[in-house]
Design a protein around this ligand. Structure first.
Ligand code: ADP
Ligand code: MG
Length: 700
């Protein structure tokens, strides 16, 4: 250790009093530029940059892709024929031997240690002759092919070591194997990283001490064990410890943001005298389920808490989130506030508008539609203007056109976002800014896996409708090969004859370069012919809004019996008379998406049938989709989907702010995430800056 080096400070914000009395803040050791501090050449610095090793922290946390257990180095003299072994020795000769009888040749590198000599062989290869030099030290792993006086060895892995330090780092222990870049060797990177650890690790603050039950190493030890685990398995303990640090930091951030919202904002309180909700519930053709009622109680409490609500409403497809949202809207409208509901597609927005008009017209509550297409129309001036004159508050339902500046609204009390995973956090925030800290209710029909509920959605309180409304028929799901389509269509026709309707879903709009995957436009004609005299309609995302609306209303009104569509019907479409869904090339979809699609049927009292047709009969896709036959539990399917496809599908393409972790794993680290959250809450609470309790987050 270089004693002349000035010590770096311990923490990011450590305050240093310099000689002239000025106060300065020095960066944390992990933030220092590593190439500069270690004095490597420019070429090396470039290579490090390619590996994204810029700072000392990057080097600390540079994770090996695997490890080699090199603890058991064998004496050459003791090797027996047939065994696999690791040896360490000095190169004393290199030659290529050719055999006259055959075309074969072998490169032999002769190695010696104190106990004997070993002929290391590479058959029909010459390159080792250029790699090994006399007097090099080398460690080799391979299989002994001949014992006795001339021991031979076929090499599987080797590494050349230049000096004693190399030997110390690369032998006799569990050794890291790092991802490399061109021009860099394991030997060099190992030396470099261990140099960084040796010089700077002691300057890293030990960080949080976690409960002993976890058995975590300290932070510095974790980093050492990450590179050189002293026992197999220690690297995983180390990873967990470092993951915990990341998760705790994230949870603290979340709790602080929540706290800020509580302290800064005055939530809109709505006394709500029930003069709208009462008649609304009375006229509804069904009674709300227990689950819906519970959620409404939670939300009512939020509305009266004086703090802006930030709530995620989860509920499986068809659990009745829309009517729950309508009740919430009425609570605010009763208090003379306006409400905005944003949906991801025009199809869905206009369906919601139809539903809400049916519900709200009798109450005299105005419902307005605001989409990119119709916002120009004259009778759809902003609700603000209109209600200004009538003095009536109401609801505006629209697509992301609501976010644009052309849409303005007075007395905004509640923002509802349906199918929120289709929107990004920024879009959500922009909509909220149209009012003065209105309440926020986001709804999702793709149940959020537990880990994401506590992280990505960690700022939101969560409500969950677990129960389905009574009186629904069953939905059965069948996984079938495409060659069964004749039978399937016969069955479908029998359902048409009973007066039912059918969805047929394709993954693509038009013919693509992939001949195995069917496209909706092409298949539409053959389906129309097949189902005559019943009528088919075509729906896909590239159609114009009016066309889409028209087809949807034709299907909803049963003028069209078969809807041939892409996954645009995935979200929220509600046609209770549809009882069959045939999904072509089901293997092209994710589990959660298929579950969503399937949620379009089983909405009436008749039994429903979902048929997943496999276009490409791969055993793997078959296994993957099997769970859909077995389970209708959206939460279970979501967990499975997260394992299969990672978090991307849940975050949505436009979701920003997805957490990037080096060590924490959003799929498997639920226990750690939960613990980190508890700890963060305890910390924030104990410092007295945050005093709200935190119930209803996630589901256990
Ligand atoms: P999702 O939660 O998937 O958005 P919807 O809100 O579209 O589900 O509701 C699905 C269907 O269930 C709708 O037709 C709705 O009117 C109906 N529904 C909602 N709540 C109940 C209930 N308590 N009893 C009976 N039907 C209900
Ligand atoms: Mg819905």
């Amino acid at each position: 250790m270089n004693s002349e080096r000035t010590r770096e400070p311990d923490s990011a914000k450590e305050v240093v009093f310099s000689a002239n009395g000025k106060i300065s803040e020095l960066p944390q050791v992990t933030e220092l530029p590593v190439a500069e501090r270690m004095g490597v050449t420019f070429a090396r610095a470039c290579q490090l940059a390619k590996l994204k090793i810029h700072t000392i922290g990057d080097a600390f946390f540079y994770t090996p892709s695997r490890y080699e257990d090199r603890r058991d180095i064998r004496q050459i003299g003791m090797l027996k024929k047939g065994e696999s072994a690791l040896v360490l020795g000095e190169v004393i000769g290199v030659k290529i031997k050719r055999f006259r009888s055959s075309r074969k040749f072998v490169c032999e590198v002769l190695i010696k240690d104190e106990s004997g000599e070993l002929y290391c062989q590479w058959w029909n290869q010459t390159w080792p002759a250029d790699v090994f030099r006399r007097a090099d030290k080398a460690i080799l792993f391979g299989k002994v092919t001949r014992g006795g006086a001339k021991i031979q060895f076929v090499v599987q892995e080797y590494e050349i070591l230049r000096d004693d330090r190399d030997i110390r780092l690369s032998t006799g222990r569990i050794v890291p194997v790092y991802p490399l870049t061109e021009g860099m060797t394991q030997r060099w990177l190992r030396g470099f990283i261990s140099g960084v650890l040796k010089r700077f690790l002691q300057d890293l603050p030990e960080g949080e001490k976690y409960d002993e039950k976890w058995g975590f190493p300290g932070r510095r030890e974790a980093i050492e064990q990450l590179h050189y685990p002293s026992l197999p398995g220690n690297e995983e303990r180390a990873r967990q410890r470092l993951a915990m640090d990341e998760l705790l930091e994230m949870q603290l951030e979340i709790q602080k943001r929540r706290q800020r919202l509580r302290q800064l904002a005055h939530g809109i309180t709505c006394p709500g005298d029930n003069h709208l909700i009462k008649p609304f519930l009375r006229e509804l053709p069904f009674t709300l389920t227990q689950g819906q009622m519970e959620v409404l109680r939670e939300i009512r409490a939020d509305f009266n808490s004086g703090i802006p609500m930030r709530r995620l409403l989860q509920g499986d497809v068809g659990s009745g989130k829309t009517v729950t949202a309508a009740c919430c809207a009425l609570m605010l409208i009763e208090g003379d506030y306006n409400v905005v509901l944003m949906a991801p597609t025009e199809v869905l927005a206009s369906q919601h508008a139809r539903t809400f008009r049916k519900w709200f017209d009798p109450l005299g509550v105005p419902v307005r539609l605001w989409t990119g297409r119709i916002k120009q129309e004259e009778d759809l001036l902003s609700l603000a203007t209109e209600t200004h004159h009538t003095g009536k508050s109401g609801i505006v339902i629209g697509t992301h056109a609501l976010i644009e500046n052309t849409f303005q609204i007075d007395r905004l009390g509640l923002v509802i976002i349906d199918e929120q995973h289709k929107f990004g956090v920024e879009q959500r925030e922009r909509l909220l800014k149209k009012g003065s800290r209105p309440h926020l209710l986001v709804m999702t029909a793709t149940p959020i896996p537990r880990t994401l509920g506590l992280t990505v959605y960690g700022e939101l309180d969560t409500s969950c409708i677990r129960q389905m409304p009574q009186g629904r028929g069953t939905v059965r799901t069948f996984l079938r090969n495409r060659d069964k389509s004749e039978e399937i269509w016969n069955f479908a026709k029998s359902q048409l004859e009973k007066g039912r309707q059918i969805y047929v879903i394709y993954p693509l709009i038009d013919e693509s370069s992939k001949p195995d995957i069917r496209a909706v436009e092409k298949e539409f004609l053959s389906i129309s012919a097949r189902i005559a005299p019943y009528k088919a309609g075509l729906l896909h995302g590239r159609m114009k809004g009016e066309e889409k609306d028209y087809i949807m209303s034709q299907f909803a009104g049963n003028q069209v019996q078969v809807l041939v569509s892409t996954s645009v019907v995935e979200v929220g479409v509600d046609v209770p008379n549809a009882t069959v869904m045939i999904i072509e090339n089901a293997e092209c979809f994710g589990l959660a998406q298929l579950h969503q699609l399937r949620g379009r049927i089983g909405r009436g009292k008749e039994n429903s049938y979902c048929i997943l047709l496999m276009g490409i009969d791969k055993e793997e896709s078959w296994r993957r989709l099997k769970i859909l036959e077995e389970s209708r539990d959206g939460f279970r399917i979501a967990e499975e989907d997260l394992k299969q496809r990672g978090p991307g599908d849940f975050l949505g393409e436009r979701q920003h702010g997805a957490p990037m972790f080096r060590f924490a794993n959003l799929i498997y680290d639920y226990n750690l995430i939960q613990e980190a959250r508890k700890l963060a809450l305890a910390k924030v609470n104990s410092t007295g800056i945050f005093n709200g309790e935190n119930e209803g987050i996630g589901y256990e």
